[in-house]
Design a binder for this molecule. Structure first.
Ligand code: SAH
Ligand code: SF4
Length: 357
């Protein structure tokens, strides 16, 4: 049965009308769905029982369920959602002072296959639907303690967002909609490994979200070693990101996952300064979060803090703005894609599939 979360406003109003409901009742259902995050028809208190029954004969409210939740000692909570077809996808809640950031996924797996990333290890299974993307927000929102609300959204979970814009753009509209989830566009950031044509399309969409670009290296040969499927040069990607700034007025963030001896050398910092110097941007350094299977070969190593600091200092001397990401939720396999992999690899046990709340 189709989840209501897959329907646009008009389709939902039509469905309510076809089930014998009045237009105002359609708007009530919309309100329950997006504003209150109702999980089933029973929670839609002011919707008449007859209408709820008629809708329940044709629809479910949501398509995914919470399969597991694991809380790290630093307060980061990793959620695994089971989708209608049994696939799983991750999202992560990250409380930090007054802020609470949610990191969501756009695909089951990822076709880009960056050498350091758990999400890409088995390639992509499929795109998420619009409803599946938004449901991550609905599910995560309900986990927050009273008085805490979601303040920021980052599309930095599993998958390459630019390869699923058809589903992502309406999902972001939905998340942004002041009548529904109501998250400001300035608080939403989409991260891409660099698809210039799709970045243009993203730039053409309203409103203006923040863009992050996973650059990792300014040298094309080195970058292709890290992002083996990259079909575009660094120059093309940076040019597309700069056009995004020109159109939206939003400074782009460049992410660099640092791997010891591979892309954290002094010459790598020099190359980044040459490529990004003078552009309105910030570089976010992310010391690699080890993934067991990928670390096993010994090629990929997380750099020590002193190396990260030296790299950051070199970029700053070159005039770049730099932030360094603290490791969050490491004890719960926080690097994207790891929780899902762990579950796929784990032998079946009786209690898998039940929420650990
Ligand atoms: N596919 C998009 C968005 C999801 S990945 C992209 O690549 O931008 C989000 C960020 O997490 C990217 O910057 C990616 O390089 C980084 N990342 C992936 N695996 C990681 C790991 N094991 N440790 C640290 N960062 C990682
Ligand atoms: Fe895909 Fe991003 Fe992981 Fe690369 S880092 S494999 S683009 S999810």
């Amino acid at each position: 049965m189709q989840p209501l979360t897959e329907l646009g406003d008009e389709a939902l109003l039509d469905a309510v009308a076809a089930s014998g409901g009045q237009p105002f009742q359609g708007r009530q259902v919309l309100h329950w769905l997006w504003r209150h995050g109702a999980e089933d028809f029973a929670q839609m208190a002011n919707v008449p029982q007859r209408l709820r029954t008629a809708l329940a004969a044709r629809f479910v409210v949501r398509g995914s369920t919470l399969a597991s939740a694991s809380l790290a000692s630093d307060g980061t909570e990793k959620l695994l959602l089971r989708l209608g077809d049994g696939e799983t996808v991750e999202c992560v809640l990250i409380p930090e002072g007054e802020r609470t950031t949610l990191c969501i996924s756009t695909q089951v797996g990822c076709p880009v296959r960056c050498v350091f990333c758990a999400s890409g290890m088995d390639g992509v299974r499929r795109n998420l639907t619009t409803g599946e993307i938004v449901e991550q927000v609905l599910v995560a929102r309900r986990r927050l303690p009273p008085g805490r609300r979601l303040t920021n959204l980052v599309v930095m979970g599993m998958g390459e967002p630019m390869l699923n814009l058809d589903a992502l753009l309406p999902a972001l509209q939905r998340i942004h909609d002041p009548a529904g989830i109501d998250m400001g566009a300035r608080r939403i950031t989409v991260s891409t490994s660099g698809y210039p044509r799709q970045m243009e399309r993203f730039a053409a969409a309203d409103p203006a979200y923040n863009l992050a670009v996973s650059l990792h290296a300014a040298d094309d040969v080195l970058r292709r070693r890290l992002v083996p499927t990259a079909g575009h040069s660094v120059a093309e990607i940076v040019a597309a990101a700069h056009r995004y700034f020109g159109r939206k007025g939003r400074e782009v963030t460049y992410e660099v996952v640092l791997l010891e001896g591979m892309n954290d050398r002094p010459e790598d910092a020099v190359a980044l300064v040459e490529t990004l110097g003078g552009l309105p941007c910030t570089v976010n350094l992310i010391p690699w979060n080890p993934v067991d299977e990928l670390a096993a070969g010994g090629q990929l190593r997380r750099p020590a803090a002193v190396r990260v600091d030296a790299f950051a200092a070199a970029l700053r001397r070159g005039g770049l703005k730099v932030t360094v990401r603290r490791q969050r939720g490491a004890d719960q396999a926080a690097a994207c894609g790891q929780l899902r992999r762990r579950e796929l690899m784990a032998p079946p046990t009786g209690d898998r599939g039940s929420p650990t709340a």
